[in-house]
Design a protein around this ligand. Structure first.
Ligand code: SF4
Ligand code: SF4
Ligand code: FES
Length: 232
């Protein structure tokens, strides 16, 4: 199996470059995931940098760009990929080393939308109940694992990372805007109702296409915009 992997160590390199690796085909099974192959490559070259943790699509730490599309390496079967497999870091954020990017801006965008329930009373002694119908509205928005595959595939994010909130943060925002228990509905909408934060989304749908959890941030943003227009 042939791979071309982005390398960059800011301590030694002027710029990122590509390095060719080969892994013995005899080690590849039909269910071998890309992360396992990267671990084999790291046995050849222990200096290769990439993140991973859960190895089962839950922690969101191993997002990377594979043959031009963002994926989680731990749930990407290598046999489904055209060779040589070209692996780069998620685009649009600074590279720390090889396939490891600096997610600070991505997390800041998430933090900015206040991704937590603001209910009354603020220190409840009892549960805030929802009807099954109200609860069902949250399906498709709370399952996000913050891998960043969506935001880093979004042209509006690449061009205006400091102004556009990005699909992951907007999906989180919409999750609380539609939550029947949240009392800051109006404040949340006011905060997001700006030509840059939300309306920079052009519904190109790269985000939805890239989401490894099958979520649809593009639709959530569209719904958020409709609520804003209706309530303005
Ligand atoms: S639909 Fe919106 S958020 Fe998603 S990739 Fe396109 S511009 Fe970005
Ligand atoms: S919406 Fe999907 S792609 Fe975006 S951060 Fe969440 S899980 Fe990852
Ligand atoms: S290692 Fe946790 S999602 Fe891939």
């Amino acid at each position: 199996m042939k791979l071309i992997i982005n390398r960059y160590n800011p301590e030694n390199d002027q710029a990122p470059y590509e390095q060719f690796f080969e892994v013995d085909d005899a080690l590849i099974q039909p269910d071998t995931m890309l992360l396992e192959v990267l671990q084999m490559v790291r046995e050849q070259d222990p200096s290769l940098g990439f993140r991973s943790s859960c190895q089962e699509g839950v922690c969101g730490s191993d997002g990377m760009n594979v043959n031009g599309k963002n994926h989680l390496s731990c749930i990407t079967p290598v046999t489904s990929l055209k060779q040589p497999i070209v692996i780069k870091p998620l685009p649009g954020l600074p590279i720390i080393k090889d396939l490891i990017i600096d997610m600070k801006l991505f997390y800041q965008q998430y933090q900015d939308v206040k991704p937590f329930l603001q209910a009354t009373p603020l220190n409840p002694s009892q549960e805030h109940l929802q009807t099954p119908k109200e609860r069902a509205k949250l399906d498709g928005s709370y399952e996000c694992i913050l891998c960043g595959c969506c935001s880093t595939s979004c042209p509006s994010f690449w061009w205006n990372p400091d102004q556009f909130s990005g699909p992951a943060a907007l999906l989180a925002a919409s999750r609380f805007v539609i939550d029947s228990r949240d009392i800051k509905h109006i404040e949340r909408l006011k905060e997001l109702d700006s030509p840059t934060k939300t309306f920079r989304c052009r519904h190109i749908q790269n985000c939805t296409d890239a989401c490894p959890k099958g979520l649809n941030p593009s639709r959530a943003i569209q719904e958020l915009k409709s609520i804003m227009v209706k309530e303005s």
